[in-house]
Design a protein around this ligand. Structure first.
Ligand code: ZN
Length: 185
């Protein structure tokens, strides 16, 4: 997390260790079509303006100032778990987004979200967890890659399948690092 103070222009960096990325989903009304995983990642990493009240202390001003916050990934995990945050909490209720999110099966590139000059960082999908139903009542199923095909698990039954991996029920995506050209300092 990089913070930029609007008063003295001081930059400070903090590091959070993460095991999974919880991504926001753009609202359907704004889009009216399938959104891509890339759009969720962009929304997640985009610069965010923090007002004085919500800003952390600026190290140099020694007080809370307006600042901007930006998220980048500094170290890429071998296993990447992406949680599509379909459940939005408002003041009075929780709602579930059923926007279809398309995601790549191979070669998801997280390089653009890494450090500057970081090359492509490619991930391949190996499992998907789906959630069907509503906020109050739902059911989980899973799809896992096995050798060259995909198996679909729903309670006690399991079938092989090749399509329909992408749906508006995809909830958690499991990716494995394929290649990493990042140079470590
Ligand atoms: Zn400052």
């Amino acid at each position: 997390i990089s913070l930029h103070c609007s008063v003295c222009s001081h930059y400070s960096n903090t590091f959070d260790v993460f095991c999974d990325l919880s991504l926001p989903i753009p609202k359907k009304s704004d889009i009216g079509r399938t959104v891509t995983l890339r759009e969720c990642l962009d929304l997640f990493s985009q610069e965010e303006k923090l007002d004085q009240e919500n800003s952390p202390m600026c190290e140099r001003c020694n007080r809370r100032t307006e600042s901007t916050k930006r998220l980048t990934i500094q170290r890429f995990p071998r296993i990447l778990v992406i949680h599509l945050n379909r459940f939005a909490m408002s003041r009075y209720s929780i709602s579930k987004s059923t926007v279809p999110v398309s995601f790549p099966l191979n070669g998801l590139d997280l390089g653009p979200f890494g450090p500057v000059d970081c090359g492509p960082v490619l991930y391949d999908l190996y499992a998907v967890c789906n959630h069907s139903g509503t906020v109050n009542m739902g059911h989980y199923t899973a799809a896992c890659r096995e050798e060259e095909c995909w198996c679909y698990y729903n309670d006690s039954w399991c079938v092989q399948f090749f399509e329909k991996l992408q749906s508006n029920q995809a909830y958690v995506l499991f990716y494995e690092l394929k290649s990493c050209t990042i140079t470590r300092k």
